[in-house]
Design a protein around this ligand. Structure first.
Ligand code: HEM
Length: 139
């Protein structure tokens, strides 16, 4: 359990770094009208899916997931808010990636840019940052 939380916590920075990198690449390739794909789009997708798999395991074993304690901020956050927003973000990344694969040139990169950017905003809002007083730290 401890190892899983450490992995899930640290992997957030890998997810964020890959998403931001993919967004920058998508923007510059869109603007320059570049052809081809970028491996970063795939790596960002893999990182978020890995995070989701660990998240699902945690969801079943974590003491912070408890539907009978919805009045408590921390329990409500992990039981409903965190998983709900993260799943929306991951669906957006998956749809963005799948759609972009069928497109070429500027359309491909613009699609990645929009979907990944929206997902990034949602993920940033759904992370239990320390200043939100949800009992989680930076690492
Ligand atoms: C990109 C997606 C995600 C990111 C960046 C993310 C990030 C995080 C972070 C930073 C924590 C706090 C860890 C700590 O206290 O040190 C956390 C906790 C948790 N996450 Fe996620 N998460 C993601 C997706 C998910 C998903 C999809 C689920 C459920 C299916 C999930 C379930 C959980 C649970 C249950 C905890 C609480 C673990 C505990 O402390 O007992 N996460 N997540």
């Amino acid at each position: 359990m401890n190892i899983l939380i450490r992995a899930h916590s640290g992997l957030r920075y890998v997810v964020l770094a890959l998403l931001i990198a993919a967004i920058f690449v998508a923007y510059s390739k869109w603007k320059s009208g570049a052809q081809g794909d970028s491996k970063l789009y795939l790596f960002a997708l893999i990182a978020t899916h890995t995070q989701m798999l660990i998240g699902f395991i945690l969801y079943f074993i974590s003491p912070k997931v408890d539907f009978s304690l919805m009045k408590e901020k921390v329990f409500r956050f992990y039981t409903v808010e965190h998983i709900f927003m993260m799943l929306i973000a991951i669906v957006l990344i998956t749809v963005g990636r799948v759609r972009s694969k069928k497109l070429v040139g500027a359309d491909k990169h613009r699609t990645v840019l929009y979907f990944y950017l929206l997902a990034l905003v949602i993920i940033l809002m759904a992370i239990p940052w320390p200043f939100r007083n949800l009992g989680s730290a930076w690492f």
